[in-house]
Write a new protein. Structure first.
Length: 598
């Protein structure tokens, strides 16, 4: 039973019109459009091929068993019929029409309905190898007549032959095989149909005969490999005559929603930037940045040892973004969504309410579920589907279990480039260990991001506390202080730094230092109070002495005033007596005066 599969390929940021063909001279200034091309309808493949498959020419899709050749070719026909109005013919040499219809029903493809509408025609041709071996004759004329009738009956523009090995089964004469192959490809070109021919890979060649790739105008290789017991699928365009094309290996993923292919990110550093800042979710941390938070569209790394609160910092950032009405996507590689929601609820964050409101979505899986490229494809696909403004990956160091440090770094470079183009703010968390691997990881990842928060253990007085540093923040000033990072029932907080004789004080040492400071302050206050009271007593004694001296002075002054008054009175009496005596002596009688004159 097949699962529902659609084919999606993420774009390389090229823009195309939605017409099914691209003429070679559609844009004289565009030297990339060198021949007519037919859009496949497979999003992303048209960008990788710079316009689709060559119009009116055969394309070979080759690969091993189970790599997705039939799915690829069916998607090409269905998209052409549904989106571009181009009917198609699927000629099968392995599966009958009823089997194909049943197999792809769960894909969302209603082949029976498309056949009724004469948009797709499925024809099964049985090749009997024994007849060829007995007669030694092989002629494709009957096939051309049958295929030509199918094409003309619905006016087909697209044709699929699946697979070519069955068509030439039992034919051992290489001369006849080469001639018939050229004849087949030439006939398809004369009919003017855009054809896909599927083929199985050989031991040392792209196909079993090793001839098809030479006569095909376009060759696409689908590869399914196992690396470290992890399945990885890749697509590569081997050749494409008459035009340039993407030459890298592009990972693709087959899941319940279809085939998703991820183009390699452009190496040009021409991505848009924003001057808008968004809050971190921790008020004290906002204050450590001169702009009050992270730049929108930037990348942030929160690293630290186990138990330092990296996930809590990421969840706080997500919680604040959701409270501001922004959509967030949380990729967890260590904890399930239910576990994260429960744990964050214990520190005052109700993430479930954001999930219920449609603002928060979780994507949780073990790193070993896919290879690195497959994880990158899955992340791209989830982001394209949910369209978030904020993304969290927690923790990225778990990816080292499925790839080397350089491979993880390459993956993150491509992811960061994609998110920057979309102006999505991303936060990574990374586990720090005291080993060479993780030191290399920190160096590689920290150099990629725009802001780096480092949480370190501070052990003293038999306690393990946490200190948070802002190691870097591109484009804005930031605090160079170490702040104590505390996780409480009401959320996350950063405490002011306390410095003691031995350095930074945290936990009970900080509390003891506070108590010591408070005790010293009280002792100092008491000493000042004592001195104030002593001074007050001395003041009162002095004032008492002053009052006594003032009283004594007043008494002495009064005594002196009394003596002075008495002396003054005596003097006045003496003066008056003298005056009277003087007056008496200076005034003689008349007779005496007259007798004296005689």
């Amino acid at each position: 039973m097949w699962i529902q599969i659609n084919i999606f390929i993420f774009p390389l940021h090229y823009q195309y019109s939605m017409s099914s063909t691209l003429p070679s001279q559609q844009n004289s200034d565009n030297h990339l459009a060198t021949l007519p091309k037919t859009l496949t309808g497979i999003t992303g493949l048209d960008e990788i091929t710079l316009g689709g498959l060559p119009t009116g020419r055969p394309t070979l899709i080759c690969g091993g068993t189970g790599c997705g050749k039939t799915l690829f070719s069916l998607e090409f026909l269905v998209r052409g019929a549904q989106e571009y109005g181009e009917p198609g013919v699927f000629m099968a040499f392995e599966e009958k029409p009823q089997e194909l219809t049943m197999n792809v029903a769960s894909l969302g493809f209603n082949l029976a309905e498309l056949q009724k509408e004469k948009k797709i025609k499925i024809d099964y041709v049985h090749i009997d190898r024994s007849e060829i071996e007995e007669t030694g004759e092989y002629d494709l004329e009957g096939l051309f007549i049958r295929l030509g009738y199918a094409i003309d009956s619905i006016g087909a523009k697209r044709v699929v032959l699946d697979t070519i090995e069955n068509l030439f089964a039992g034919l051992t004469d290489l001369g006849i095989l080469r001639a018939e192959l050229r004849r087949l490809f030439g006939w398809l070109k004369e009919k003017g149909v855009t054809a896909i021919i599927t083929g199985e890979t050989g031991e040392k060649t792209l196909t079993r005969q090793g001839l098809e790739e030479y006569v095909s105008d376009c060759v696409i290789l689908l590869d399914h490999r196992i690396i470290n017991q992890i399945s990885t699928r890749r697509l590569r365009i081997i050749k494409y005559r008459g035009t340039v094309h993407g030459t890298n290996e592009y990972p693709f993923l087959i899941d319940e929603e279809g085939i998703s292919v991820l183009p390699v990110t452009s190496l040009l550093l021409d991505k848009p930037v924003s001057s808008e800042c968004i809050p971190t979710g921790i008020t004290a941390l906002d204050e450590m940045f001169s702009r009050g938070g992270y730049y929108r569209g930037s990348s942030i790394l929160a690293s630290g040892t186990a138990g330092t609160g990296k996930t809590s910092i990421a969840a706080s950032f997500v919680n604040q973004a959701c409270l501001n009405g922004e959509r967030c996507l949380f990729f967890g590689f260590e904890e399930s969504p239910q576990q994260i929601i429960r744990n964050m609820g214990s520190i005052g964050m109700n993430l479930q309410s954001h999930v219920d409101a449609g603002l928060l979505s979780f994507y949780a899986s073990r790193p070993t579920l896919y290879g690195l490229e497959m994880h990158l494809v899955a992340i791209h696909k989830a982001i394209k589907k949910f369209k978030p403004q904020v993304v969290v990956l927690d923790p990225i160091t778990n990816l080292i279990t499925i790839g080397s440090v350089s491979e993880v770094k390459a993956m993150l470079v491509r992811l960061i480039d994609f998110l920057q183009v979309e102006q999505i703010t991303v936060m990574f968390t990374a586990l720090t260990l005291n080993n060479i691997i993780n030191e290399q990881t920190d160096e590689g990842v920290s150099s990629l991001v725009d802001a780096w928060l480092l949480i370190k253990d501070i052990e003293m007085n038999g306690e393990r506390n946490k200190g948070l540093y802002v190691m870097k923040s591109r484009g804005m000033k930031h605090s160079n202080q170490v702040r104590e990072f505390v996780i409480g029932e009401e959320g996350l907080s950063l405490l002011d730094v306390y410095l003691g004789p031995e350095g930074i004080l945290t936990g009970s040492a900080r509390e003891a230092h506070k108590l010591e400071e408070q005790t010293g302050q009280k002792l100092h206050t008491n000493a000042l109070d004592r001195k104030d009271r002593e001074l007050e007593r001395k003041r009162k004694v002095l004032e008492s002495k002053i009052d006594s001296l003032r009283t004594e002075f007043e008494s002495t002054e009064e005594e002196l005033n009394k003596i002075y008054t008495e002396e003054k009175i005596k003097n006045e009496v003496i003066l008056q007596t003298r005056e009277q005596m003087k007056n008496l002596r200076s005034r003689p009688s008349g007779s005496e005066n007259e007798n004296f004159k005689r």
